[in-house]
Design a protein around this ligand. Structure first.
Ligand code: ZN
Length: 320
């Protein structure tokens, strides 16, 4: 029998010192405040577990579904939901940070997953740039630059525009800057090491830095700039366009202006509507909606004028 019920999720919101109001004003979410930094659209993380919005499983959390209804996710052999999808609105610069990989996180962070992540740029200022990578040539230089606070020399910025897609491996120094709105697809992990926070004070306090752990995990030298950024403006409409396939996930971009049918051939297919509106098998969907087509869903009919980012888990997504 097919699993024909789409799993619609209610997001979890995060308030951050660098957050803004666009998640309410541009995406229409019902959330208060002027410091809304993140919308966790699809998450079963302990720090934000999305609930099913309607239907048979209304009110159940995604982590509950993952544990109790494994058949909806293709009975994958992983002890927790593998991915996390979030929207980020950065009114101010985020701190410069790095994430560990699975091996380091398992050893040093109570068995957590590491964090590989990727960004689709929904909006950013003209002539914008992001911090991706660093300029140290070897471990010695890395330590000298970080411990010596030589941030201007250390930080590598690369130009980025709307519609760009960027993969961030564990060990990559990175920072989102003020004015960016992005959709992030990542491993289900909340482990971040902060390297540098521009010396900013919040309520008189500096935020904690994690220099030793950062130095442990930063890759040296950084991956070259070439091949780090892809732009979607040259891609074909009305098909599933693969943006990345790495060991943990595949991410797709879909720009729809007519009816299409898609075969749901993955363990499960996560979809976030990032612009416009339309329908999936007769269910109305619009910008800001996040949902999952379960395992064995069969064929889905999409219609409307909308842009979506979709993702699926990849095989290597197992505990070590
Ligand atoms: Zn990150």
């Amino acid at each position: 029998m097919l699993n024909k019920e789409i799993i619609f999720l209610s997001p979890v919101f995060k308030h951050n010192i660098w957050g803004g109001e666009k998640l309410r004003e541009d995406f229409g979410y019902n959330v208060e405040g002027t410091d809304i930094g993140e919308c966790w659209g699809v998450s079963a993380n302990e720090n934000g577990d999305c609930k099913v919005r309607k239907g048979r499983y209304a009110g159940k959390t995604l982590s509950w579904l993952w544990r109790e209804r494994t058949e909806l996710f293709g009975n994958m052999d992983i002890d927790r939901f593998p991915l996390l999808i979030k929207l980020i609105d950065a009114k101010d610069d985020l701190s410069i940070q790095v994430h560990p990989d699975d091996a380091y996180a398992k050893e040093n962070e109570n068995g957590s997953f590491g964090k590989m992540e990727c960004w689709y740029v929904l909006d950013c200022p003209d002539d914008a740039s992001l911090v991706i990578g660093h300029n140290a040539r070897d471990k010695e230089e890395l330590k000298a630059m970080v411990r010596g606070g030589e941030w201007k020399k250390f930080i590598r910025e690369i130009p980025v525009k709307k519609g760009d897609f960027i993969q961030i491996d564990p060990g990559t120094v990175h920072a989102i800057k003020g004015g960016f709105v992005i959709l992030e697809t990542q491993q289900n992990s909340d482990i971040t090491y902060r390297i540098y926070d521009y010396g900013r004070r919040y309520k008189g306090e500096l935020r904690e830095l994690h220099i030793d752990k950062s130095l442990d995990v930063i890759s040296v030298p950084a991956k070259s700039i070439e091949g780090t950024v892809r732009n979607t403006s040259v891609m074909k409409k009305n098909v599933l366009q693969e943006l990345i396939s790495c060991q943990y996930y595949k991410v797709f971009w879909i720009d729809l202006d007519r009816e299409i049918t898609l075969e749901q051939e993955f363990p499960f297919l996560i979809i976030s509507v990032i612009d416009g509106e339309g329908s999936v098998d007769g269910c109305q969907v619009k910008k800001g909606d996040h949902f999952i087509l379960p395992y064995n869903y069969g064929t889905a009919k999409f219609d409307g004028r909308m842009q979506m980012i979709a993702s699926v888990p990849n095989n290597r997504n197992k505990r070590l």
